[in-house]
Write a new protein. Structure first.
Length: 218
């Protein structure tokens, strides 16, 4: 659920209700300015709260999550966002040309996984290994790689460490790709099922339209 979009929707409803409440209090009811303003603000706040509860309940029901589950997921997603910000900061600090593709892939995959889990929180459970293991590893290694590659002078030992770190990051990138595949595995299965159903319908229609021809072909 996008908090900013949710706030805009609630405000879009609450502001007119606040104004209408104020006008009703002032004109038909004949209340003075101060009570009318108080009732209007109260009406707007209550509208905001009711809509917030309604939208949250609807969101949780759509994604088949309890409030406890969503709080747990939201907490972990917030922590992961901070880690991803650290990762991106380190990625864009690195200037060597040897790891350009690697850094692009890491940025793209981590962003994609986190975006899907944020949009559809239940996907978080499909990405637990990413959030609780692989993300931490890739953040730590990228930060260390960024620090070492930024040094003005590098000896042989430092150069070897950079090569080994790049190699390890390559292996981690493969794990991130597997994490992404695991997150979307249900979508792939559903797509394959839909393809099979569509093919079956097409073949059935062909058999009904050209029964003799298909019999001889078989």
């Amino acid at each position: 659920m996008n908090p900013f979009l949710s706030f805009l929707v609630r405000s879009f409803v609450a502001v007119p209700i606040t104004v209408i409440t104020w006008l009703v209090c002032m004109i038909p009811l004949g209340l003075t300015l101060l009570p009318s303003t108080g009732y209007a603000l109260l009406g707007g706040v209550l509208t905001h709260l009711v809509l917030s509860v309604f939208m949250n309940t609807r969101f949780l029901k759509r994604h088949q999550l309890s409030r406890k589950e969503y709080r747990y997921i939201k907490k972990n997603l917030a922590e992961a966002k901070q880690k991803i910000n650290r990762l991106n900061k380190s990625i864009f600090k690195i200037r060597d040309i040897y790891s350009v593709k690697q850094r692009i892939d890491i940025h793209r995959i981590t962003k994609k996984i986190h975006k899907m889990a944020t949009t559809e929180p239940k996907r978080f459970y499909k990405a637990e290994e990413f959030y609780f293991s692989h993300l931490d590893s890739v953040v730590e290694l990228t930060e260390k790689y960024s620090f070492l590659s930024a040094q003005p002078k590098k000896n042989m030992e430092m150069g070897q460490s950079l090569i080994e770190t790049r190699h390890t990051l390559n292996e981690l990138t493969k794990l991130l790709e597997e994490d992404l595949y695991h997150v979307i595995s249900d979508d792939i299965d559903n797509l394959n099922f839909e393809i099979d159903v569509a093919k079956h319908s097409i073949n059935k229609k062909k058999d009904a339209k050209f029964p003799e021809e298909n019999r001889w072909l078989k």
